[in-house]
Design a protein around this ligand. Structure first.
Ligand code: GDP
Ligand code: MN
Length: 304
């Protein structure tokens, strides 16, 4: 007997390449989840990245809604991990319950997008993302895929496609399908406005702000004139077109694990007047890691 053996990991042996399947790279898929959507789960199961290399991590709020989502999530997990085919099963799954007091009350889309509600809401989201990240990132993790619980449609090759760019942070363009009453047909519109390139106007606004104030995107009262990736989509153009970004959203976002290991996280406080995922892009940049957007590569958000 004696003391337990020491486990050594040589981080130099954890590769992060543009061919992660061939190199057997571990991917951590992290999802903050307030509600369970079957569409999210079905899409996740369809991801063609080898499931035995994927660890799933979830964080759910301790609200009535979060309790219901946890029960549903556990039910779906049991189906796959206990009764699913070998190739469907994930390497491991971690569920965290959020330890924030008080939890942010559940809000519908219009309520949570109100500017007055944004700072507190995004700060709480930042803390939830950090808790999830710091408790699940392992010494053998190569990639972290942030995937919101209401992303219901992506190409099955999402992880391979984003990783093929071999960038520190890679973000697809998040859209939303809806019924267009005028056209009397299904249509789609841009959804995530947190993927942007900075502008002199936004810089100017920031320079006049109090130290605790934050810049927000997508609000008429705060015209930033940033270039939004949401509007850079070009039908029929190359899905692998790259654009540099200064701010990112978290709906779907692939990050090299070394970026997080270097210390880039989601500030719950104004960091250069930015918070949460947008603050994360800024922090990554300060550490020398540039974000890349793929304007023609689409993923879809649920429509409430
Ligand atoms: P929006 O799409 O930008 O309006 O933001 P969402 O409300 O969809 O939130 C982003 C992600 O965080 C989604 O996956 C939500 O399910 C999840 N989420 C929202 N509120 C909370 C919360 O209080 N705690 C946790 N853990 N997740 C949350
Ligand atoms: Mn959402």
């Amino acid at each position: 007997s004696g003391p337990p053996p020491v486990t050594r990991y040589n981080l130099n042996n954890v590769t992060i390449t543009n061919d992660p399947v061939a190199n057997r790279e571990n991917v951590l898929v992290l999802t903050p989840m307030a509600r369970f959507y079957q569409g999210y789960w079905d899409n996740l199961l369809k991801l063609s990245y080898p499931h035995e290399l994927i660890t799933l991590g979830f964080i759910l709020p301790k609200t009535k809604e979060g309790n219901a989502a946890t029960i549903e999530l556990q039910k779906q997990i049991a189906k796959i991990q206990k009764h699913g085919l070998e190739k469907e099963r994930f390497k491991s799954i971690i569920i965290l319950r959020q330890d924030i007091d008080p939890p942010i009350p559940s809000q519908d889309e219009s309520e949570r997008h109100k500017m007055a509600n944004q700072k507190a809401r995004r700060a709480a989201m930042a803390k939830a993302r950090n808790s999830l990240l710091f408790t699940t990132l392992g010494p053998d993790t190569s990639w972290v895929l942030w995937l919101d619980a209401d992303i219901i449609e992506t190409p099955p090759t999402l992880i391979q496609d984003l990783a093929s760019h071999s960038k520190p942070l890679t973000v697809p363009n998040c859209f939303q399908r809806f019924y267009n009453d005028e056209k009397k047909a299904m249509d789609e519109r841009p959804y995530d406005f947190n993927n942007w390139q900075d502008s002199p106007t936004a810089q100017e606004l920031a320079s006049k702000m109090g130290k605790d104030d934050i810049l927000l995107e997508g609000y008429a009262d705060m015209a930033t004139y940033r270039a939004l990736m949401a509007y850079m989509y070009e039908a029929g153009a190359d899905i692998h077109t790259e654009v540099p970004l200064d701010g990112v959203g978290g709906t779907a976002l692939l990050v090299k694990a070394e970026v997080h290991r270097d210390g880039a996280m989601f500030p719950a406080f104004p960091f250069y007047h930015l918070i949460e995922t947008e603050g994360f892009a800024k922090m990554a940049k300060r550490l020398g890691w540039q974000a890349t957007g793929l304007p023609n590569y689409k993923v879809y958000h649920y429509n409430e």
